[in-house]
Design a protein around this ligand. Structure first.
Ligand code: NAD
Length: 486
C-alpha cells in the first residue's frame, strides 16, 4: 500500500526504508511545524525492536557485496546521490524548513548543498586514499582499511539533513552499510534521503532509515551485536546510555555532543564584526551545538561591544521560516521551549541579571526573545550548562590570562571563537582555548577534510576527513617478510 503523503506539494514517505523497500509500523508518532504548531505535518512509523532487527539483518546481508566494491565503484553511487540532492534542493529545503524550522533561504543556498558536498568529498577521499607503506625490521609494512560492517548513525533534531549526510557519507564510502535513525522531532529529511538513495540505485540494504522514539527504538538498535560501528550526535545523557550499549558489544563509538562555547572578544578586535557575530548566535534560536553562547569581552571595550550587540540583536525578526525577512527561526517543540524557559526562570530566581529578553515572544508560540544574561558568578547554571536556545551569557575580563581561564571554565569543549586583531594573540589564544575547533575572527567555516569533535563532555572521537574513514574501517597492518615472496 502506498502510504506517501503530500506536504506543501512535496511527496514524503512516513515509513521506514529497510532492505530497499518501504516498511510501515502499526504505531505512529506525529511531527509538527515549529513555526506553526497547529500544522501537523505527518504521522510517522514508530519503529520497535522488530524494526531494529529487520534493519540490522538487511544491513548485514547487504554488507559483503558492498564491501567488495572498490572505493571508486562505491564513489560512483555517492556522486550519483550528490547529483540527486542537488537536483532536489527545493524539496529537501522546504521539508527540512517545515519539519525543523530552519530558515528556508539558508537551507536552499547552503545547507542542503553541503549535504551533497559531504557525499562527493567522501567518494573522492576514499578513492584517492593512499595506503601507508614502509619498510621496517626486514618486513614490508602496509596499513589497510577494511570495511567494518553495518554502521548505526543516530542524529539529533537540529540540522538533521546536514548531520545525517555528514555521518552517513564516510560510512558508505568506507564500505560499510548504514542504518540511519533520525530524531523523532525532525524525521522527514531522512526519509527524503532514502528516496534519493533508492533513485541512485544503491543495492537494497546498503542504506536503511528507521524512524522512532529515542529509547524505544534506539536501545534495540544499539544493543544489536550485528552493528559494528555507532556514530552518534546528540546530548550528553543519551551518549552515556549509548556508550554503555557500545561497551557491551565492544563496538567503536563516536559521540559529537553538546557545547557551551566561548566567544572571546579582545580590545584589539574588530568590535563591530565581533558584536554582529555574537548577535548572530540567535539565528537558529541558538539551536546549534557549536554556538558561541558565552560572550566574554575585554573590559575596556565592554560598552562599545554591548551597544553594537544590542543593535544587531534588536534587528532580529522572528517569524515564518519560509519568509526571507525572518532571521530567527522558532524553537523546535513546545517541550523544548519549556526547557529553555526553565533555564531563564532559574537564572532569574538565583540572582542572575537578565539584561535583554527572557520572555516568550507570544505565549503559545515557539519563540523566546533573544536573551542575554549577566551571571552572578561563573558557577551559574546558564554559564555551565548547555541551554540550546536563544540564551547567551555576558562576562568581562581584564587580561588575556583571565579571558582564557573564563573561556576554559566549563566541562564542555566543542568549539570556541576568538576575536582579535593580533596575529600573535590569535595563535596563542587559539591554541589555549579548549575546543575541538577554534575559529579566530570567523565562525562555522569548516573544511570537510578537517577533524571535528569535542573535548571533555563535548564528545569522544573525531569525524571529518580521513578521521571518519578510519573510524568506520577496521585498520589492518599487513607485514610481509622482505625477500620471502616473488
Ligand atoms: P538527544 O540526545 O535527545 O537525541 C539524539 C538522538 O538520539 C535522537 O535521534 C534520539 O532519538 C536518539 N536517542 C535518544 N535516546 C536514545 C537511546 N537510548 N538509544 C539510542 N538512541 C537514542 O539529543 P537532541 O535533543 O536530539 O539533540 C540536541 C543535542 O545534540 C544538543 O546537546 C546538541 O548540542 C547536540 N548536537 C551536537 C552536535 C555536534 O556535532 N557536536 C551537533 C548537533 C547537535
Amino acid at each position: 500500500m502506498d502510504t506517501r503523503i503530500d506536504i506543501a506539494g512535496h511527496s514524503v514517505s512516513p515509513d521506514h526504508y529497510i532492505g530497499g523497500r518501504r516498511v510501515s509500523s502499526p504505531a505512529t508518532f506525529e511531527t509538527r511545524c515549529p513555526f506553526d504548531w497547529s500544522w501537523k505535518l505527518a504521522d510517522i512509523a514508530r519503529g520497535d525492536a522488530d524494526t531494529a532487527a529487520q534493519a540490522a539483518q538487511a544491513a548485514t546481508d547487504a554488507f559483503p557485496a558492498w564491501a567488495a566494491l572498490s572505493p571508486a565503484e562505491r564513489g560512483t553511487y555517492l556522486h550519483r546521490l550528490a547529483d540527486l540532492i542537488e537536483a532536489n534542493v527545493e524539496t529537501l529545503a522546504m521539508i527540512e524548513c517545515l519539519d525543523m524550522g530552519m530558515l528556508l533561504e539558508s537551507l536552499r543556498l547552503r545547507v542542503i548543498l553541503r549535504g551533497a558536498a559531504n557525499f562527493r568529498n567522501y567518494a573522492d577521499l576514499a578513492t584517492d586514499h593512499q595506503e601507508r607503506v614502509w619498510s621496517s625490521r626486514g618486513t614490508a609494512n602496509r596499513v589497510i582499511r577494511m570495511p567494518a560492517g553495518p554502521s548505526l548513525i543516530i542524529t539529533p533534531w537540529n540540522a538533521p539533513f546536514m548531520l545525517s549526510t555528514w555521518k552517513c557519507a564516510p560510512a558508505l564510502a568506507a564500505g560499510n552499510t548504514v542504518i540511519l535513525k533520525p530524531a523523532d522531532w525532525s524525521p522527514l529529511s531522512a526519509s527524503l534521503l532514502a528516496d534519493l538513495v533508492d533513485q541512485a540505485g544503491f543495492p537494497p540494504g546498503v542504506f536503511n532509515v528507521v524512524q522512532g522514539l529515542g529509547a524505544e527504538l534506539g536501545n534495540a538498535l544499539t544493543g544489536d551485536a550485528r552493528i559494528k560501528r555507532i556514530s552518534f550526535t546528540g546530548s550528553v545523557p543519551t551518549a552515556r546510555i549509548i556508550g554503555r550499549a557500545a561497551a557491551a558489544n565492544i563496538v567503536p563509538f563516536t559521540a559529537e555532543l553538546g557545547g557551551k562555547s566561548p566567544l572571546l572578544v579582545f580590545a584589539d578586535a574588530d568590535i563591530d564584526a565581533a558584536a554582529k557575530k555574537a548577535a548572530g548566535q540567535y539565528d537558529d534560536s541558538g539551536q546549534v551545538c557549536m554556538a558561541g553562547t558565552r560572550i566574554i569581552v575585554q573590559h575596556a571595550v565592554k560598552d562599545a561591544f554591548l551597544a553594537k550587540f544590542h543593535a544587531y540583536a534588536d534587528a532580529h525578526v522572528m517569524g515564518d521560516s519560509r519568509d526571507p525577512a525572518t532571521t530567527m527561526s522558532a524553537l523546535i517543540h513546545p517541550r523544548h521551549v519549556e526547557r529553555v524557559m526553565g533555564f531563564i526562570d532559574r537564572a532569574r530566581a538565583a540572582g542572575d541579571t537578565i539584561v535583554r529578553g527572557g520572555h516568550l515572544r507570544t505565549p503559545g508560540a515557539n519563540w523566546i526573545e533573544p536573551t542575554l544574561i549577566v551571571p552572578r558568578d561563573n558557577s551559574s547554571e546558564v554559564v555551565q550548562q548547555e541551554v540550546f536556545g536563544p540564551v547567551l551569557t555576558f562576562q568581562t575580563f581584564g587580561d588575556e590570562a583571565e579571558g582564557v581561564a573564563l573561556a576554559n571554565s566549563t566541562a564542555f569543549g566543542l568549539s570556541g571563537m576568538v576575536y582579535t586583531g593580533s596575529a600573535e594573540r590569535a595563535e596563542r589564544v587559539g591554541r589555549a582555548v579548549r575546543g575541538g575547533t577554534v575559529w579566530v575572527n570567523t565562525f562555522l567555516v569548516r573544511d570537510l577534510t578537517a577533524p571535528f569533535g569535542g573535548i571533555g563532555i563535548s564528545g569522544i572521537g573525531r569525524e571529518g576527513g580521513d578521521y571518519a574513514l578510519d573510524f568506520h574501517s577496521d585498520l589492518k597492518t599487513l607485514q610481509i617478510l622482505e625477500g620471502s615472496v616473488t
